[in-house]
Ligand binder design. Structure first.
Ligand SMILES: *Cc1c(COP(=O)(O)O)cnc(C)c1O
Length: 393
């Protein structure tokens, strides 16, 4: 496959494994073993059984009739919001915890921003009876009280990070520091297609179940296994690459990624990494990131905590730079309007992240016969305070 990663972990110029000396053996060990382990029939069997019986897969591919009429194309929603814990992130944490167990690791660490990946990690650690430590910026700990309490109830230790801006980037730095101090017994579960090789490829493979199911479900519903358009939101890019995975080399399929424009791409209050980012190294890989001329990370802003990240998975940097995907930046207001529209038309309250993908629907000139698959990455329960705020206006 043309778009798969090369043996050094690169997608074109992007990717690689930029880690401190002390972690090199660890990352190398993972790189040498991950493909073999996750392709073993016994691993696949356990992974697929958990996806079915624990996560609740396959997630439905739902034909959204009323939304289709408004947009003027055949819109199918891939319902990752119906998974256990309410989003796609659980697909990846189930995969990584099985890998950690296979590799004999006894201690799990993770970073989290809004807490969604932290909850998904704490969930699988409870399931597998493994120790779980979640690093979270102090600001986020205060903002995401419910998720912090969920993680604690699930048995995880949540460590508030007080360095830097006290948000996701700082939590990630702290998790990497922990990993450096505990390289032998600890497995670092990364929450998106970011980080040093082999994480981006590994996470993409675990999330590719989304794409596998779309092929089967479209065949059943449309008599062909590919759509004309795929649309997903991109924070780090894991639900997006999971959606695109089997179609990257299929030129019949147009790929649209929605990133968070925040208040607007040119306002300085944005998380539109692909539009305004430049090349650099962040959290272990070479990619596009929001940085000043002298390489200081620019703090991102989006109404959506899940899209509020200054980098982007290296595969998405490559897809964007080679023109394979089109990137649309969706503002806070456009996402909010799209969330209310979906709710009124279909009775589905989406996550505010997913609402950015929905916002993109209004910016594309579809033909009525176009078959569109849009991934609803998560449900909106966690975003009710944000939605209620908007309701008051
Ligand atoms: C975390 C999250 C995202 C963003 O992460 P990706 O890796 O870009 O998929 C999107 N939607 C939801 C619901 C999330 O929880």
């Amino acid at each position: 496959m043309k778009y798969s990663v090369d043996k050094n972990g690169y997608y074109g110029r992007f990717g690689g494994a930029y880690v401190p000396e002390i972690l090199q053996k660890n990352v190398e060990n993972l790189k040498q073993n991950y493909e073999r382990i996750i392709n073993e029939p016994s691993f696949q069997k356990e992974f697929n059984t958990l996806l079915r019986d624990y996560v609740g897969r396959p997630s439905p591919l739902y034909f959204a009739q009323r939304l289709s009429e408004v947009i003027g194309a055949k819109i199918y929603l891939k319902r990752e919001d119906l998974n256990h814990t309410g989003a796609h992130k659980i697909n990846n944490t189930v995969g990584q915890i099985l890998l950690a167990k296979q590799m004999g690791k006894t201690r799990i660490i993770a970073e989290t921003g809004a807490g969604q990946h932290g909850v998904a990690t704490a969930t699988v650690c409870a399931l597998m009876n493994l120790q779980c430590i979640v690093y979270m910026g102090e600001l986020d700990v205060n903002r995401q009280y419910l998720n912090v309490q969920k993680m604690r109830m699930l048995g995880a230790t949540v460590i508030p990070v007080t360095s830097g801006n006290k948000t996701l980037k700082d939590a990630t730095n702290e998790a990497i520091r922990d990993w450096c101090n505990n390289p032998t017994d600890t497995f670092y579960i990364i929450g998106s297609v970011v980080g040093p090789h082999p994480y981006p490829d590994m996470v993409a493979r675990f999330q590719s179940v989304i794409s596998d199911e779309i092929q089967l479900q479209l065949q059943e519903k449309e008599g062909r296994n590919y759509p004309d358009y795929l649309i997903a939101c991109v924070g780090g890019g894991s639900n997006a690459i999971g959606t695109y995975f089997n179609y990257l080399d299929d030129k019949r399929v147009k790929i649209i990624s929605a990133e968070a424009a925040g208040l607007g791409v040119d306002t300085g209050e944005t998380a539109a990494t692909i539009q305004i980012g430049t090349e650099g190294v962040i959290h272990g890989s070479r990619t596009l990131l929001m940085q000043t001329d002298d390489g200081q990370i620019i703090e991102p802003y989006s109404i959506s905590a899940g899209l509020d990240y200054p980098g982007i998975g290296p595969v998405h940097a490559h897809l964007a730079k080679t023109g394979r995907c089109e990137v649309l930046a969706i503002t806070d207001d456009e996402a909010l309007d799209a969330a209310f529209e979906l709710t009124k038309l279909e009775g589905i309250i989406p996550a505010i992240e997913s609402a950015h993908a929905l916002g993109a629907l209004h910016k594309i000139a579809f033909k009525p016969s176009d078959v569109v698959v849009l991934t609803v990455s998560g449900r909106g329960d966690k975003d009710m305070p944000t939605y209620l705020e908007y309701f008051k206006k």
